[in-house]
Write a protein that binds this ligand. Structure first.
Ligand code: NG1
Ligand code: ZN
Length: 542
């Protein structure tokens, strides 16, 4: 370690006085102007992690669905996974170190993690389309270079594409080629082969409207479009040519406001979807003949996918264990449908994809989705081998199912939830099953629900258990929630501190929208009173 150089360059990326940031669920996230030093330091940390794991590490510069003025950074571990927990702590420690302590902190982390400083390091970098992202990714590169790391800057990428690159590079090319063409080719080939098997691929299945949140998804879909145009034609909206990133559009907006994005004209029964700002989330929706808006969220996506996978397994005659992983935000109807109708086991984890991803790895086939549309399906290596064998050996009908499954395995991003990959899987399933968007929606009816935010002085006073479904502290809060929930039918409510914003989130569902709204409001008041609310008391109405 050239300690002199580190001190010198670190001063060029100086930390603003008094600023303290935390590596949260999605890395560091705040106003872009506060992040230069964090980027430089994450470049340094990525080099140490790369040396320790003797693998390529990824650094993604994005703030996903957050406003255009924000930015963020997260590290991607060797198999495309989120950073290991102990390293999240090092990230927070390093990001908050005072200038004069930088050398000591770096040595400290290296010693704690037994990093061999002689080892080579390789870091790959990607960024979204925010105006601040290019300069910030340059600061990451400065950090990587000062510690003697090699790097490849992919420039503009969706978050899941960067995860894909990291995964490819660390699996000796077996998973795919670590280039943008490699990504397009792998996914498109699987998609085109799959849809060729669809007996009904009329116009209805061939066209899809996509709201790209004015983000990176637009650029990448446009590049990719001609690779899969045989199977699907996409019409892009909010492609960044005029509107602001994530403003009144994108998956997060559509999901949380339960209404269509601006800038997209929707005719009745047209299939539409929205990506978020870094294209790792997707939700679908349509307007029915009466002009009512219908949202098809991550839960219904998981249901469509897991049902289809289960059908294929039955056809092949394989009894592999398949599980669906959700969070407390999953609509109660989805959980009931999966367990009672589909007979698929469902598990609940804490919010944050790393928890879901981890749990999903326990199954032969693990399908995980957050209600907000972030998710994928994971296939164990054993399953992949079995399916490949079946595709060669089985008789006709079974072979066809095995071939489909083989293509689906290729189509799912095994490294992260991916809006583009999920979109292609969904489109293929709908075409193969001959399902319209309304038929898909009709699998079950969502319970009306409401999500709210409450400002409190310190959101850490709220601690939870049972996958965030129950509050342990502050005293009396869970009892208050229990009493409120009892007043409504088919009701459920929980609260938790956000991992990405300085707020407490409140979720409620009930038999009618009015009840869900009331319950959410009453729970907000309980949080405000018992957990140190600040500012104005929560008001009813939305
Ligand atoms: P927080 O802010 O911890 O609720 C949000 C989403 C998560 C996840 C992360 C990371 C909800 C309720 N929460 O986390 O699901 O996507 O952002 O982006 O949607
Ligand atoms: Zn995102």
């Amino acid at each position: 370690m050239d300690l002199g150089a580190i001190t010198k360059y670190s001063a060029l990326h100086a930390k603003p006085n008094g600023l303290i940031l935390q590596y949260g669920t999605a890395g560091f996230r705040t106003k872009a102007e506060h992040l230069d030093h964090v980027m430089f330091r994450m470049g340094l940390l990525a080099v140490l992690r790369s040396k320790q794991t003797k693998s390529t590490i990824g650094v993604m510069v994005t703030a996903s669905h957050n406003p255009e003025e924000d930015n963020g950074v997260k590290l991607v571990d060797p198999l495309g996974e989120m950073l290991a927990p102990s390293w999240e702590e090092h990230a927070t420690y390093l990001a908050n170190a005072e200038e004069q302590d930088m050398q000591r902190v770096l040595i400290d982390i290296s010693e704690k993690e037994a990093v061999n400083l002689q080892q080579d390091a390789f870091v790959v970098i990607g960024r979204d389309t925010r105006p601040s992202s290019e300069k910030l990714s340059q600061s990451v590169i400065d950090g990587v270079t000062v510690l003697g790391g090699q790097f490849h800057d992919y420039g503009l990428l969706t978050t899941p594409q960067l995860h894909y690159m990291v995964y490819c590079r660390n699996t000796g090319g077996r998973y795919g080629k670590a280039t943008i063409e490699g990504y397009y080719q792998k996914l498109s080939k699987a998609f085109v082969e799959l849809t060729k098997q669809a007996s009904c691929s009329g116009d209805e299945y061939r066209s899809l409207k996509v709201d790209c949140a004015n983000g990176i998804g637009a650029l990448k879909l446009r590049e990719m479009e001609h690779y899969f145009s045989q199977g699907l034609s996409v019409q892009l909206f909010n492609d960044g040519s005029k509107g602001k990133l994530n403003h009144l559009c994108g998956a997060d907006f559509v999901k949380s406001h339960q209404k269509p994005p601006q800038g997209m004209e929707i005719k009745s029964n047209e299939r539409c979807c929205s990506f978020d700002g870094d294209a790792d989330r997707i939700v679908y929706y349509y307007h029915d003949a009466d002009g009512h808006f219908h949202l098809i969220d991550g839960d219904k996506i998981a249901t469509l996918i897991s049902s289809f996978l289960k059908e294929l397994l039955v056809e092949i005659g394989e009894s592999l264990n398949i599980g669906v992983v959700q969070t407390a935000y999953a609509n109660g109807s989805s959980t009931r449908y999966l367990e009672e109708v589909m007979k698929v086991p469902v598990y609940c984890t804490k919010t944050g994809v790393k928890h879901l991803h981890h749990k999903a790895q326990e199954f032969d086939i693990g399908v995980y989705f957050e209600a907000n549309g972030h998710g994928t399906a994971l296939f164990s290596t054993a399953v992949e081998m079995k399916i490949k064998q079946s595709a060669e050996q089985l008789e006709d009908k079974k072979r066809k199912a095995a071939k489909m499954l083989e293509n689906i395995i290729d189509l799912f991003n095994q490294a992260a939830g991916d809006a583009i990959s999920d979109m292609l899987v969904i489109e293929a399933i709908l075409a193969l099953k001959g399902l319209t968007v309304q038929q898909w929606d009709a699998l079950y009816t969502d319970l009306p629900n409401r999500q709210l935010k409450v400002q409190v002085a310190d959101r850490r006073v709220i601690s939870t258990t049972n996958a965030e479904r129950q509050a342990v502290t502050p005293p009396g809060l869970q009892e208050a929630i229990n009493d409120l929930v009892k007043k409504y039918k088919l009701s459920r409510a929980f609260v938790r501190p956000s991992g990405t914003e300085d707020v407490v989130r409140v979720y409620a569902e009930a038999d009618s929208q009015e009840s869900a709204d009331h319950l959410a409001h009453e729970v907000s008041l309980a949080v405000f009173q018992l957990a140190g609310g600040i500012g104005e008391r929560p008001q009813p109405g939305f």
